[in-house]
Design a protein around this ligand. Structure first.
Ligand code: NIG
Ligand code: FE
Length: 414
């Protein structure tokens, strides 16, 4: 397949660039008026239209292939001047959940904080009760609707966490549903065991942490990553340390840190080689110092800042400090009921003062890195998966974030 007449091809990076940091986060390769060839689902070649193989001028319909060319029919797709970009990568979601928390939305409007709602038995425990009452089949049906909605909005790779089960059976049920979603949809799905999301009903804190640890071997058969909500009122640095030590060699960490308080979660995550530390609404320079030189991607979730009225992460300071930043949706029923990555990108620009290119790299290549998928996704490079958003004519990255509500997708290509 060849896509021709691409008005703007964006997101080109060298094949071995797995993340962009510091000033490099503000750069991306582009070709105006381009073509791109896909073979076996991967990017095979691209360039300016003047060099397009089999373009109409060179090969009218029905032309025979030249020497050395495959005689498989080439499917020519006319981009009509649209922008072609790598699809969004969403490295942090909780889209497998049951029911809704719309009643808590009203509590929030009436002035209760996230912590106050949780303390009244709402929040994560409310979702856990709903999930346990929901059959595995119904949980799958409810969740895949959200994944399809995300794909329609251009997400081509996503991570999904457990963490609303909070008992061995219910956590494994969630991980099975995540696995089944991954087998069903064309988007790439990575799975995270977030047993340590809240203390499940019927356990003491200590008993619960032990349960989370005991379940690691079974969880590791299905999940790629382990996560801990290391924050005020949830799990401590000591709990996190224990859980990550037990998961060593089985599951790579991705940590919830510094959403509600400066928790120490960043430092313990970096110490255990976490692939990402996420949220970071509250950070001091100590967190940036801990991250410098590490393989851990700081990931911010502006959708939860927006929904909960929390401060936005200091993404710009991280980039000025030479670090890379990823942005993800955190799609979940309590703090970010949206998986719209274009809105996440726009918030990166509007609220976090990222340039459109910095925000674009945050929602593509760096977010792919934050779920271990940046060899395959997140940029335009030979050999990478052909997973794109093709826009209507006239779009570019600035307009994408600026005119953040205007429909723009011509096609999502897997
Ligand atoms: O990332 N902070 C912890 N977990 C989720 C919220 C989960 C919920 O409220 O259901 C988050 O914001
Ligand atoms: Fe989260």
């Amino acid at each position: 397949m060849i896509i021709k007449n691409i008005g703007l091809l964006v997101g080109i990076q060298p094949e071995d660039t797995l993340r962009v940091e510091g000033a490099a986060q503000g750069r991306t390769g582009t070709v105006e008026n381009a073509w791109l060839q896909i073979e076996d689902g991967r990017i095979a070649a691209f360039g300016p239209m003047a060099t397009c193989p089999l373009s109409e001028a060179k090969a009218p319909a029905g032309a025979r292939p030249g020497p050395g060319e495959s005689d498989a029919p080439v499917n020519m797709v006319d981009a009509r001047g649209g922008m072609l970009m790598p699809g969004f990568c969403d490295s942090h979601t909780h889209v497998v959940y049951a029911g809704s928390r719309d009643s808590e939305f009203l509590d929030k409007i009436n002035g209760l904080s996230y912590e106050e709602i949780a303390a009244r038995g709402g929040g994560i425990l409310n979702s856990s009760d709903l999930l346990r009452q929901t059959s595995e089949e119904a949980l799958y049906e409810q969740s895949i609707v959200r994944v399809r909605e995300m794909m329609d909005k251009g997400t081509v790779a996503l991570e999904i966490k457990s963490g609303y089960g909070l008992s061995p059976e219910a956590e494994l049920k969630m991980l099975r549903v995540i696995r089944r979603i991954g087998k069903t949809v064309p988007a790439a799905v990575r799975s995270t065991y977030l047993g340590a999301h809240a203390v499940g009903r019927g356990y003491t804190h200590e008993e619960y942490v032990q349960m989370v640890i005991d379940l690691i071997p079974q969880a590791a058969e299905m999940a790629d990553f382990v996560d801990v909500f290391c924050d005020d009122g949830f799990f401590t640095v000591e709990d996190t340390n224990r859980i990550l030590s037990a998961a060593k060699g089985k599951l790579v960490p991705k940590i919830h840190a510094n959403e509600l308080a400066v928790s120490g979660g960043v430092q313990v995550g970096v110490k255990h080689g976490a692939l990402s530390v996420d949220h970071l609404e509250r950070t001091t320079d100590a967190e940036m110092d801990a991250l410098r030189g590490s393989s851990t991607m700081p990931t911010m979730l502006p959708g939860s800042s927006f929904f909960l009225g929390l401060p936005y992460g200091r993404a710009k300071d991280y980039i000025h400090a030479g670090l890379g930043v990823a942005l993800a949706s955190d799609y979940n029923p309590g703090s970010s009921p949206s998986g719209d990555m274009r809105f996440v990108m726009a918030q990166g620009c509007i609220k976090m003062r990222l340039t459109p290119v910095e925000a674009f790299n945050a929602v593509t290549l760096n977010s792919a890195y934050a779920m271990g998928l940046s060899r395959e996704y997140g940029s335009i490079a030979i050999g990478k998966k052909a997973a794109f958003i093709l826009t209507e004519p006239g779009w570019n990255l600035t307009k994408l974030a600026y005119q953040y509500q205007t429909p723009y997708i011509q096609q999502v290509i897997f």
